[in-house]
Design a protein around this ligand. Sequence first.
Ligand SMILES: NC(=O)c1ccc[n+]([C@@H]2O[C@H](COP(=O)([O-])OP(=O)(O)OC[C@H]3O[C@@H](n4cnc5c(N)ncnc54)[C@H](OP(=O)(O)O)[C@@H]3O)[C@@H](O)[C@H]2O)c1
Length: 266
Amino acid sequence: MAVAWVTGASSGLGRQIALVLHEAGWQVIGGARSFNDETQQAFTCLPLDVRDEQSVAAFVQAAAQKYGPPGVLVNAAGILTLGACEDYSMQELTQVMDVNFYGMVRMVQAVLPLMREQGSGRIVNLSSINGLMAVPFQGAYTASKHAIEGFSEALMMETAPFGIQVMLVEPGDHRGGKQQYRTSSVKCGDCYTQSRKNAAARIAKDEAGGASPDILGKKVARALGKKRLPPRLRVAQPAQHAAVVLHDILPNRLFMKILSMYYGIK
Ligand SMILES: NC(=O)c1ccc[n+]([C@@H]2O[C@H](COP(=O)([O-])OP(=O)(O)OC[C@H]3O[C@@H](n4cnc5c(N)ncnc54)[C@H](OP(=O)(O)O)[C@@H]3O)[C@@H](O)[C@H]2O)c1
């Protein structure tokens, strides 16, 4: 039976991907720092903190012992911080990069020897529409998702000769995540307060009207059923697809002006 390891499997999109794969007959092992009872009853759950190399090594060892090496690794662990670029402390920036980017790198580096040895494997990295274009007051998150995009493209080329395929998943807004945004500290008094409030309200509204995680879970499972993984799977609403296209074809200044108006930047 095919084996899938899924990070960030306690909540939101990671949990949904794990559930859909489990229902489709995969042996799923989910990793996160804490799981509720319902999730633990649905599929095998192991403790994992992607910021900690020892925790990653322990997860890999325990998971490989249970069902053998994974056919698929899904990297869905992630956090989101709202804040002005000027305000982020280095510690806050590092936290976001440590989970979203370095956490993914730690997992990838830990599974690649297993996948190379078996001569096959698939790695699915959760990026975002923010991996393709920035959103104001999500500077740290946007940077981490751009890093995932670049790293994953390099990974695709380097690992293809070993029979390993890599897919970037680029979700737009989805409902049902933990929605626990960390907000950055504020260094410059009131200078960004109004813009930040407006942007936060817009972001919350867009997420509340976002797609069902179930659709994304099914699309990821369908892609994994194919012989060749698409390098990118964008799962977004039409307006977000359009925004990515406009980002690429409109003059930069015009595009950013439109986006700034949309997010209420004053
Ligand atoms: N939801 C959306 O609209 C959306 C849009 C675009 C991209 N994405 C991406 O999709 C992924 C899932 O997002 P989501 O909104 O579904 O998030 P979520 O519900 O907040 O879930 C995040 C998951 O990451 C895990 N996690 C956080 N820190 C971790 C750590 N240090 N080690 C291991 N696991 C950790 C959490 O588990 P614990 O806290 O229990 O460890 C949780 O399972 C993220 O990469 C996110 O950037 C989401």
